[in-house]
Design a protein around this ligand. Structure first.
Ligand code: FAD
Length: 415
């Protein structure tokens, strides 16, 4: 492997989706980029169901062919179940322009594919290199890291992009952390050999099942292309703790037993893989940028897993930041507030309304209402497909007001 240079135009912390996409875009525009990644790839990561909008950034980064050809599970929509009710969205019928299909992926494989593609394009990625400190000087930053052998060293750079995900390196080092508005939720999850024989089960869609009695508890079932599924439960910590079991596998199965339709679907499932848990993942920051740095993806804000928006937000932030940074490094005046923070938050806030209205059941009532007008359904579908920044969509322009009105008319049965 090449040795780390003493200087790079851009230093990127982390080689997840946001780091790989940003690195490839910047490299293609002629900037020297170094990516430092704490772990070796492939490594496990949660976040396996993608949204079609993210394919636009995969394409921008020159990785579309590799992703399309890999053999990941095709995905064209999202399906929802709740105590006998069923609703689904086919992303190809969305209101906004752009791709209508995507994939469900094991993130270890997917993230390695993106990082390998970036490397093939010429990006320098250093694995088992951990960023430990950053000192911002007038025109550059001095970044400290440790390598795989534990040796400490530094690199100077004109700009740092923090793509460290839940590592949240700069928010922690620069005291930018701000608590999320969302309650602390916990997720327990695993992969299963699903052996689903129900011919009505659509493997091309993520299935979100609402707990029949506690409608703020939900399950994801994300099929992969090899007969396995990712299965997870999301609930408040007290709801999880009230059903304690010896192992996380049993804990998950206990929840599944409480949801009869999901239990029937998974009647022959085998729990053959490690189970994991994650708690308190919702996070926010006081600022998404500062002098000579910007935060991408989960290093900025993370809302909630329910609409699988994480990777899409991560990739969109990477594309936006890389393009603004390219102009800055080329000598243009840029304004990170009006060009990055405000427009990025526009879409994040659309998702925020969707997440809030999921948990307070406005959106659940919309989803399970059968007689929605097609044009309204297509607008909701667009946001579920990731197009949360398309201001031609009234549900992006005024998400909360529109959602209130729609929920009300669905509840009255007149939408
Ligand atoms: P990551 O993918 O987390 O990558 C960050 C990288 O930075 C890691 O490889 C890490 O090793 C590295 N790093 C950390 N610290 C350092 C350091 N000090 N030095 C160097 N490198 C470092 N999203 C979806 O799109 N679909 C889903 O279905 C979905 N489901 C989810 C379910 C749950 C329960 C949760 C909690 C999240 C889910 N998400 C989902 C969100 C998704 O996991 C994230 O939004 C996404 O992975 C963010 O990508 P990223 O590039 O910002 O960071």
């Amino acid at each position: 492997m090449n040795s780390v240079p003493s200087h790079a135009d851009v230093l990127i912390i982390g080689a997840g989706p946001s780091g790989s996409i940003a690195s490839a875009i910047l490299h293609s525009k002629g900037h020297s980029v170094v990516v430092m990644e704490k772990q070796t790839f492939p490594r496990f990561s949660i976040g396996e169901s993608l949204l079609p909008h993210c394919m636009e950034f995969v394409e921008e980064a020159g990785m579309l062919e590799a992703v399309n050809n890999y053999g990941f599970q095709f995905k064209n929509g999202a399906a929802f179940r709740k105590a006998g009710k069923y609703g689904f969205f086919d992303f190809r019928e969305k209101f906004s322009e752009g791709p209508g299909t995507t994939f469900q992926v094991e993130r270890g494989t997917f993230d390695k594919l993106l990082a390998d593609e970036a490397e093939k394009q010429g990006v320098a990625i250093f694995y088992e290199y951990t960023i430990t400190a950053v000192e911002f000087k007038e025109e550059q930053a001095l970044v400290s890291y440790t390598d795989a052998a534990g040796n400490e060293s530094t690199i100077t750079t004109k700009f740092v992009l923090d793509a460290s995900g839940f590592g949240r390196v700069l928010p922690r080092l620069l005291d930018l952390e701000r608590p999320s508005d969302f309650p602390v939720r916990k997720s327990i999850f695993t992969h299963i050999d699903d052996h689903i024989s129900d011919e009505n089960y659509d493997r091309n869609k993520i299935l979100v099942t609402v707990h029949p009695e506690e409608d703020d508890i939900w399950f994801w079932l994300i099929p992969f292309s090899d007969g396995r599924c990712s299965l997870g439960v999301v609930a408040r910590e007290d709801q999880i703790n009230s059903r304690k079991e010896d192992t996380i596998e049993k804990h998950i199965q206990r929840f599944v037993d409480e949801a009869p339709e999901l239990k029937a679907l998974l009647a022959k499932a085998e729990y053959n893989y490690p189970a994991r848990e994650i708690i308190g993942y919702s996070a926010d920051v006081t600022s998404l940028y500062g002098k000579n740095f910007a935060l991408l993806g989960n290093a900025g804000e993370f809302l909630d897993p329910v609409f699988s928006s994480g990777v899409t937000i991560a990739m969109r932030s990477a594309s936006m930041a890389a393009n603004i940074l390219h102009r800055q490094l080329s000598g243009d005046d840029v304004d990170w507030e009006t060009e990055y923070s405000v427009p990025l938050k526009k879409g994040v806030n659309t998702f925020r309304t969707f997440v809030e209205s999921w948990y307070d059941c406005r959106l659940q009532d919309v989803i399970f209402y059968k007689d929605k007008k097609k044009e309204v359904s297509d607008m909701i579908c667009s946001i579920l497909a990731g197009y949360a920044w398309d201001e031609k969509n009234p549900y992006v322009k005024e998400p909360n007001r529109r959602m209130n009105v729609l929920a009300e008319i669905c509840r009255m049965g007149i939408a």
